[in-house]
Design a protein around this ligand. Structure first.
Ligand SMILES: [Zn+2]
Length: 251
């Protein structure tokens, strides 16, 4: 008799746990899609890359966040217009800059704000002038980032990748001639990784500036950024993952 009671109680407990787990799953899927970072950023780069960042980094390392294409509007390298504008004909977020730069700037601000709050030695640079045609002009992202990296700082330029078949996905491109460090490794574990020689070694990595592709500017990521109800939350979610990767990569 007692045995039967215990068994029934056990059955009830198992049922309740299963029910709870399923209802949570259902609830999360339908109401809190935004919370799921990996679904938001979409696919990561699957280009084979063999680097591993094992060099230790001091927790006080100066960090510089650059917004990709901040100085190259109106040229071929203005950044992706995104799927919403290019494929579906929606209005750009801002008439004078690419949608990618629009989001790069928003995310840059959010990363620095949150990073400072968490105790990182972090800052941003914005050239302000949006069309500097010489990449070696001392005011460009790359010139400022190069000087910053030369002095021992960690310079990283954030990007959103092109949509559909034009883009690759999320991931970190490490610097060209510097050994990847533990911050690189930490970011790559969150976002994925590109080979050092991606597209023959891009302009930024050749200047020891990291490139972080957040994800393709398409689908759920772009919708959540464009929707005023989810915009702040999405930017914060991305910024938080990046800041957390910095914190995890330093000792
Ligand atoms: Zn870009």
């Amino acid at each position: 008799m007692v045995k039967k009671k215990v068994l029934n109680n056990l059955k009830l407990i198992v049922f309740l746990i299963t029910f709870f787990a399923f209802s949570q799953h259902y609830f999360n899927r339908n109401l809190n899609v935004i919370e799921d970072f990996e679904i938001i950023i979409g696919e990561a780069s699957n280009i084979p890359s063999s680097w591993v960042g094992i060099r230790d980094v001091d927790k006080n390392i100066p960090i510089l966040i650059l917004a990709g294409h901040a100085d190259s509007q109106g040229f071929a390298g203005a950044g992706t217009p995104g799927e919403a504008v290019d494929k579906f004909g929606l209005n750009p977020m801002h008439p004078e800059i690419s949608d990618e730069l629009f989001w790069n700037l928003k995310l840059q601000e959010s990363i620095v704000k949150l990073g400072k709050k968490k105790g990182l030695n972090i800052r941003s640079y914005d050239p302000g002038i949006r069309n500097i045609d010489d990449a070696n002009d001392p005011r460009t992202n790359w010139s400022v980032g190069k000087r910053f990296a030369k002095r021992g700082g960690y310079a990283i330029e954030i990007h959103f990748d092109a949509y559909g078949k034009y883009g690759v996905g999320s991931g970190l491109i490490p610097p060209f001639s510097e050994t990847p460090n533990k911050i690189d490794e930490s970011i790559a574990r969150t976002f994925g990784r590109f080979p050092v020689l991606f597209r023959g070694g891009l302009g930024a990595p050749r200047r020891q500036i990291r490139i972080l592709e957040i994800g393709k500017l398409e689908g759920l990521l772009e919708k959540n950024l464009r929707n005023l109800k989810t915009r702040q939350k999405t930017i914060k979610l991305l910024a938080n993952e990046i800041v957390q990767a910095f914190l995890n990569g330093t000792t």
